[in-house]
Ligand binder design. Structure first.
Ligand SMILES: O=C(O)CCC(=O)C(=O)O
Ligand SMILES: [Fe+2]
Length: 293
């Protein structure tokens, strides 16, 4: 078991070291020096997305204790809401958060902007059309994603492009102190924990840090994370399994993982362990990208 009191930061980490010392050890890390060499890094902004595809239909979410409310609107309308909020946050209500949007599939020209993509951080199985597995997060400052882990128990490589985000993360061993609700959400608010209601949280060891534009965050499978946007922000992630994490995730089918998640994990394990090609698996996996919350 690893004990961490702060996150490591590495410049242009090699894929060999990434795989051995971070993925292999279940250790989070922030990697700088990779995203800034992408073709379109300095071009990406909400205005740019609006110009590329104003009438694109997207969805945005509001998180509350009662659940997640989803609303649908166009890219143009959403970005106007964000711009108005940033210009005058006191007189405009805070817009919903565009969360888990497969934007590379919706605006394919963005794929070229993210080249050279660090494919060698991922298992080779993902190299073909890697962008299909990515989900975007667009939002205003102060957008929040409450404490959770990623629902298939995948590894997560998180790309911060515009704006800063503050992460509070906990290693999987601390889940027992965070008061779980359902499969993946937790009741504790790590930014302002209510120790009367959640006394066990005193035993947890949260790590808090900022991810800056142009940085990559790696979170191992099962890492709990709470995320606050400090600025208007554009990020995307790729959730992915290794052979080992796909088998571990399958064994979680016996520990409360919803059956639908086990189905998607079985598909990924068939790809990673039994080498069934991604072209075959993706047909069945595609619906996952709308299923995640
Ligand atoms: O950026 C966020 O608000 C949430 C990110 C997240 O939960 C993820 O990448 O899994
Ligand atoms: Fe997440």
């Amino acid at each position: 078991m690893i004990v961490l009191d702060e996150i490591e930061r590495r410049y242009k980490l090699s894929s060999h070291e990434f795989t051995k010392n971070y993925v292999g050890q279940g250790k989070p890390v922030i990697i700088s020096g990779v995203i800034p060499s992408w073709n379109g890094f300095s071009q990406w902004s909400l205005k740019y997305f609006k110009q590329l595809s104003p009438s694109l239909n997207i969805y945005a979410k509001r998180f509350s204790d009662g659940g997640i409310e989803v609303c649908r609107l166009t890219m143009e309308k959403y970005i106007r809401l964000i711009e108005n909020y940033e210009a005058d946050c006191l007189n405009n209500s805070s817009p919903p958060y565009c969360h888990d949007l497969p934007l590379f599939s919706l605006i394919p020209s963005l794929i070229e902007d993210a080249q050279p993509f660090p494919l060698d951080y991922l298992p080779e199985w993902y190299w073909d059309k890697w962008w299909r597995y990515c989900q975007f997060f667009l939002g205003c400052s102060n957008s929040i994603t409450p404490l959770h882990f990623d629902c298939l128990l995948t590894n997560n490589i998180f790309f911060q492009i515009v704006g800063r985000k503050q992460f509070t993360i906990l290693l999987p061993e601390d889940a027992k102190y965070c008061y779980r609700r359902g499969w993946r959400w937790f009741l504790v608010n790590p930014e302002n924990p209510d120790f009367n209601k959640y006394p066990e949280y005193k035993n947890a060891s949260p790590i808090k840090f900022i991810v800056n534009p142009g940085e990559i965050l790696y979170m191992p499978s099962g890492t709990l994370h709470h995320v606050r946007s400090l600025d208007m922000s554009i990020s995307f992630n790729i959730d992915w399994h290794t052979r080992k994490s796909s088998l571990n995730a399958l064994s979680a089918s016996f520990k409360g993982m919803p059956i639908q998640n086990s189905y998607y994990n079985l598909l990924l394990a068939m790809g990673l362990v039994f080498k069934i090609p991604p072209q075959v698996i993706f047909k069945f996996y595609k619906s996952y990208l709308n299923y995640v919350s």
